[in-house]
Design a protein around this ligand. Sequence first.
Ligand SMILES: Cc1cc2nc3c(=O)[nH]c(=O)nc-3n(C[C@H](O)[C@H](O)[C@H](O)COP(=O)(O)O)c2cc1C
Length: 326
Amino acid sequence: MKTRITELLGIEYPIVQGGMMWVGTADLAAAVSNAGGLGIITALNHPTPEELSKEIARCRQMTTKPFGVNVTVLPAIKPPPYEEYLKAIIAGGVKIVETAGRNPQPFMSAFKQAGIKVIHKCTSVRHALKAESIGCEAVSVDGFECAGHPGEDDVTNLVLLPAVAARVSIPILASGGIGNGYQMAAAFALGAEGINMGTRFVATQEAPVHENVKQALVDADERQTTLIFRTLNNTARVFNNKIAEQVLSIEAQPGDTNFADIQPLVAGTRGRKAVLEEGDINGGVWAAGMVMGLINDIPTCEVLLKRIVAEAREAAEKSVSLLRGS
Ligand SMILES: Cc1cc2nc3c(=O)[nH]c(=O)nc-3n(C[C@H](O)[C@H](O)[C@H](O)COP(=O)(O)O)c2cc1C
């Protein structure tokens, strides 16, 4: 496959594993990169920039292929030392960064000087235009279906992708709701030149999460996500479980939601330890997307990527023959 995304990132297949808190480790990133896609380590998985440096070095031992680092800038009571994380990324020789959350403009000159290519994750046309104007090399367009933060506009990819493609000229990764090659072919028809997946990669052999989490994704259908933090203007799509229901009942109370009331329920440690490490599906909130309704197995990354490419080609041929009436 050859698209502007494969050329830009130096990869075989235009398939990217998006940054994932607690899941996007060197093990998963290296597995995706070795399978011909682009694996991404999540910077904030690491409590200090020094630990991120070690993870970058560990990834290099597992793959000689390109990989990236995700830098997510979200509202925080005590923001992490982003500048220090950037230094670790640059010193580690990483050449691809996926930014998410706030506008990455403050970091762009440092990225450019280090020859780093920036993919910015966007949930709207206006954010994609902004990303292009500040010099990002590509945008990852997260539709409303996505796990994690879909923004507040609620536009799904069937509309969002062509809307972005009509306005920007940099290459687009379709992100959110994608788990197979039929969807990849559809995304290409809508203007994308690659795909970015999160939830689908959680249900792979190499994802560093408890088997119960992977099996929950296989067992669930597409209705088993819910949206929390809507009242805080920081919407997050998560697996619909008991804790998410408790959060929603607090948010449903009259008056402004006080984050302090929710915080003990959504503490990161609960999601990481109880759910992802120990496999208690109801132990905390954990990001998951509607695509779980299309996930039926737990393959290796290599099997998954090869299958997606084969499905995409099959879908393209089928579409052509349907459109030509042959
Ligand atoms: C468990 C999990 C954690 C995530 N954490 C982050 C994160 O820290 N930063 C980020 O930019 N995106 C994060 N995402 C979003 C993914 O990078 C990706 O944009 C999203 O999963 C795409 O939607 P999909 O799950 O339908 O494929 C996370 C997704 C999941 C499933």
